[in-house]
Design a protein around this ligand. Structure first.
Ligand SMILES: NC(=O)c1ccc[n+]([C@@H]2O[C@H](COP(=O)([O-])OP(=O)(O)OC[C@H]3O[C@@H](n4cnc5c(N)ncnc54)[C@H](O)[C@@H]3O)[C@@H](O)[C@H]2O)c1
Length: 250
């Protein structure tokens, strides 16, 4: 029996990186997975991989900033699997533009993709979780949501907002047994960071910030997300879980 047996999970931004790792692990643990991303063809490849391994999944094209897309995704999840128990708000973008070069449009784009998306996802999924008698929402923030960093104003602001939106939602919906927690990855090798880590000097700098002497992998994050999504964490809500190789231990 899997750790998510018979649960239905929506995972956003799951065409690659951490979202894909979450989707593969969730399916392996018995969940039926609704895999969404703005990149439709890649989402369908993830679905095929899950089905080949004997799992159950559907893939949907989904712009997380679009309210009508959220309404359609939630409707299709319910039509296909009949309920929603888990939501992983993973889709996100980074923005490392120097402060004085930032435009209002670039700032707002980061906030919309990283934060408004989560507001919308929670708004449309929570009524179905109430109907199901509870649920678990895992919002992907960052170490940047817990501490300031150089050259990442909008990203840091957005990930701090994810942390606090998580706590506010946790307080509001605990009475319905809906748990809401945030995960704060450190430096993880994914398509988002591939160019950054190609530069040997940059790579050494990132490694110097992290006591465990390696970068994180998407699977390291997926295992933490799985714990928070599953009933194993049934008395945990409103917390932040750093998965950071010891970054915050220093
Ligand atoms: N990689 C890291 O080091 C790191 C560290 C901390 C936090 N994070 C966070 O982890 C999450 C996953 O990132 P990742 O590293 O796997 O990167 P990634 O780029 O591989 O994954 C992000 C996914 O989000 C999708 N996406 C972007 N805009 C979208 C939109 N408008 N609608 C729907 N999907 C959209 C992309 O297509 C992509 O598949 C992000 O929220 C990111 O901010 C990453």
């Amino acid at each position: 029996m899997g750790r998510l047996q018979d649960k239905v999970a929506i995972i956003t931004g799951a065409a690659g990186g951490m979202g894909k790792a979450d989707a593969l692990l969730f399916a392996q643990e018995g969940a039926k997975v609704v895999i969404t991303d703005i990149q439709e063809s890649k989402v369908l490849e993830v679905v095929a991989e899950i089905k080949e391994a004997g799992g159950d999944a559907i893939g949907l094209q989904h712009d997380v900033t679009s309210e009508s897309d959220w309404i359609r995704v939630v409707e299709q999840a319910i039509e296909h699997f009949g309920k929603i128990n888990i939501l992983v708000n993973n889709a996100g973008i980074s923005n490392a533009t120097p402060y004085m070069d930032l435009t209002v449009e670039a700032f707002e784009k980061t906030m919309t993709i990283n934060v408004t998306s989560i507001f919308l996802g929670q708004k449309y999924v929570i009524p179905h979780m109430i109907e199901a008698g509870g649920g678990s929402i895992v919002n992907i923030s960052s170490i940047a949501g817990l501490t300031g960093g150089s050259g990442a104003g909008p990203y840091t602001a957005s990930k701090g907002a994810v942390r606090m939106l998580t706590k506010a939602t946790a307080v509001d919906y605990a009475k319905h047994y809906i748990r809401v927690n945030s995960v704060h990855p450190g430096y993880i090798e994914t398509p988002m960071t591939v160019d950054m880590f190609k530069d040997e000097r940059m790579m050494q700098w990132f490694l110097s910030q992290t006591p465990l002497p390696r970068l994180g992998k998407a699977e390291d994050i997926a295992r933490g997300v799985l714990f928070l999504a599953s009933d194993e964490s049934s008395y945990i809500t409103g917390v932040e879980l750093p998965i950071d190789g010891g970054y915050f231990a220093k």
